[in-house]
Design a protein around this ligand. Sequence first.
Ligand SMILES: *Cc1c(COP(=O)(O)O)cnc(C)c1O
Length: 435
Amino acid sequence: MPEADEDAQQPTPHTAPILSPSLPADGRSWSALQAELATLRDDDVDWRAGRAAVYVFDAGKDVRTVAAEAYQQFISENGLGPAAFPSLARMEANVVQMTASLLQAPEGSTGSMSSGGTESIFLAVKACRDWARVHRPQASRKGPPQIVAPRTAHPAFDKAAGYLGLEVVRVPVTDAFTADVSAMEAALSERTILLVGSAPCFPFGLIDPIEQLNAVALAHDLWLHVDACVGGYFAPFARMNGVELPAFDFALPAVQSMSADTHKYGYAAKGASTVIYREPERFAFQGFHFEDWPCRAMATPTFAGTRPGGAIAAAWAVMSYLGMSGYRERARTVVALRERVEEALAELGLNIHGRPQLGLIAFGAEDFPILGLGDWLRERGWVSSRTQGPDGIHLMLSPGHAASIELYIDDLREGVGKARSGTLGIGVPSEVRYA
Ligand SMILES: *Cc1c(COP(=O)(O)O)cnc(C)c1O
């Protein structure tokens, strides 16, 4: 290629403004800042054009407007003060109630909202740890109590365990990439306090055999947590639409707690998730109480002190705006998008990791390094996650991808052709773990 052409292909120079290294002496006008904020975004992934299959769940402009305006109405309100802001207390209770019923929790179940999936998992693990101190004191006799989880469970369990002085025993999954229940049962010890399954796991988008985990939990009298962070607001609607899903929720009696993120397929503003407990007696171990403080007692239900009212209001408003039919319609769109991707993958001779049924899918190739193709797609502006063991390209689909899916498939087809003819022009795949 002539040099002049190469120059023409250089990316546009970095145009982002240089940010002031210290607080500016005087403030600047909002209109100038508004323009600067828009410029700051120039190098971000163009998710509005459906270019991101990770980080963002786009259910359309109407939903975004509801979330933004509800958030704005409660931008200063603080969930730390439910007595001062009964509005937030009522909305949070309602979000919890709607989620619990969606997940088939029995009468009397309870829970709270949190800042995200990681916090919801942290809270369930903390509640379980403190519950076990009372009800399973033998578990901490010979070392830290343990969580037994499949390899595919979210790292938030290890993060929580690290903070809480627990250990995670990670168990390899089966050839179908789902939890190996007998291997998990074999990994149990007198130190085990918590058994984990995902519905679905993030890496492969697959629902673990929760029914079998339920049987193990019953046999050993263990707390079973189902992490439905990414599936809690999707799987129930996919099932209503006729997708045949295995049991994964509170319909199974050993499921003591579940996490479900309103800021994922709930399409709410970021900073909102839920954690639900079958029994109020276990939820009681989640909270924090401190008495002897000059500003009197401090009691908080979650990890946070100050809690953003906007996140609570936006979650409540979006759920109420979409309702059952709105979520079902979006789940139907996303499942159809995944099926379209599957069709293209079959045509291109690529392998799907496992048999996904929801909105996530990961795929690999037998005859070329898939991560190199991932890098090439990234250079074309497609940002997604990737897997290892096995290597794969990972897609988290949302309704907004309806506008971009054919463009993606066209690029995928071109990239696969190049990869097979050795003309991808990508050397060693990048070490980028997060897109
Ligand atoms: C996203 C996710 C989490 C963590 O949620 P954050 O909101 O990112 O903290 C946990 N588990 C699963 C299965 C997830 O997909």
